[in-house]
Design a protein. Structure first.
Length: 383
């Protein structure tokens, strides 16, 4: 314990300076003699500790009153001046150093025992293609912290009024400091979860937490039109709050499973239907699966591979209820891989009588018959 005048130590001329001015003066001195700035400098460390001691007294209105009235003698037995090392200083004034050196959000000191809102929960839900397109109600099971029934959320034994005592690990600061090289890292105290205190008469079921992990079944209504990444918010179905804090929400994130036959683009549903070459050429009526059961569509004669047909209103409804998509049926014209001798003869005959004189095919036939083709083939050989 220093015998120097505490006001002098902090460079304060006005003995009626405000608490805020004292804090500012201390910050200035603490930064000047900070050990990170003055490595291996015992004098600086001494000034650093002295300043902390001065601030410990003048920064506390009660101790300051005693000091103003009786000087150092007034502080006997008040636990002043216990800073053996610079680390002691950091441990005591971490809130000041926190805001001063930039890790402010972690250093507001102990959170205390006011109401705390419950956290939101996320649940990833896989739904089938049909469920996403047509809607569904799905029951899910989550494990979430809910109000402890044994203490009715008070955290104290038998639901009594909780009695709080300072946390034995962090001494009520809610933070602990770890040193790593030059860095001083502040962490939330794990014993008291940053509250600074613990319950002296804790409920044995929830160990003073007031809530406990509970299995809960929840029905989730899936509106038609959801897609992968859609987020459903179930208000109040998250973690329960503490001491009267509001409940968190449950966010259900949708993941639509791929379908063997359908795929989706926007609100339209696509599918590919194989048809025979002859069906494409002569036309036919075929049955197509849809989410609302099989539907018939007419394939006109002369349908080309990849041609698409629309089934209006059989797609996915828009989530904002602005309409409904269509089902688009693309036909895949199947060319037979194996063909009987009789089939071959018939096709050959067909080719000679029908295709030869028509459109693109006729050009190809002509190409094979013309002299140009021979020229180009010779050219290839030279290359
Ligand atoms: Zn309990
Ligand atoms: Zn603690």
């Amino acid at each position: 314990m220093t015998q120097k005048d505490y006001y002098e130590v902090l460079g304060i001329a006005d003995r009626s300076a405000s608490q805020d001015d004292i804090k500012k003066a201390y910050r200035k001195i603490a930064l000047q003699y900070h050990p990170d700035r003055n490595p291996d400098n015992p004098d600086a460390e001494e000034r650093f500790k002295e300043a902390a001691e001065a601030y410990d007294v003048l920064g506390d209105p009660e101790k300051r009153k005693l000091y103003d009235a009786y000087g150092h003698a007034g502080l006997k037995g008040k636990g002043v001046g216990g800073f053996r090392t610079a680390q002691d200083v950091f441990d005591t004034f971490n809130d000041i150093f926190g805001t001063f050196f930039g890790f402010s959000t972690e250093s507001r000191g102990a959170r205390g025992f006011g109401p705390e809102p419950g956290a939101d929960f996320r649940y990833d839900l896989a739904v089938s293609f049909e469920q996403a397109a047509r809607g569904a109600e799905i029951e899910i099971e989550i494990v979430r912290p809910d109000v402890c029934e044994d203490c009715r959320g008070s955290g104290a034994k038998d639901g009594a009024q909780p009695e709080f005592v300072a946390c034995p690990v962090c001494g009520g600061r809610g933070q602990v400091i770890r040193t790593e090289g030059f860095l001083r890292i502040m962490n939330t105290c794990s014993r008291c979860a940053g509250r600074g205190g613990i319950i002296a008469n804790p409920c044995p079921t929830c160990i003073g937490e007031g809530r406990i992990r509970t299995n809960k079944k929840i029905k989730v209504k899936i509106p038609p039109g959801v897609d992968t990444g859609s987020r459903l918010r179930l208000i109040g179905e998250g973690e329960s709050g503490l001491r009267g804090g509001r409940r968190g929400d449950l966010f259900v994130i949708i993941h639509v499973q791929p379908h063997d036959f359908f795929y989706r683009h926007g609100n339209d549903i696509y599918c590919r239907v194989p048809i025979a070459m002859v069906q494409a050429a002569l036309g036919d009526e075929i049955e197509v699966p849809t989410l609302d059961g099989p539907k018939k569509i007419k394939i006109p004669a002369g349908t080309q591979p990849g041609e698409a047909f629309k089934l209006k209103g059989l797609g996915v409804p828009d989530l904002r209820r602005t309409g409904i998509g269509d089902q688009i049926v693309e036909v895949e014209v199947q060319i037979p891989k194996k063909i009987s001798e009789k089939g071959r003869q018939l096709l050959k005959e067909f080719a000679l009588t029908e295709i030869k004189d028509e459109g693109i095919m006729s050009k190809i036939w002509k190409f094979f018959e013309s002299d140009d083709s021979k020229d180009s083939r010779n050219k290839e050989k030279q290359d």
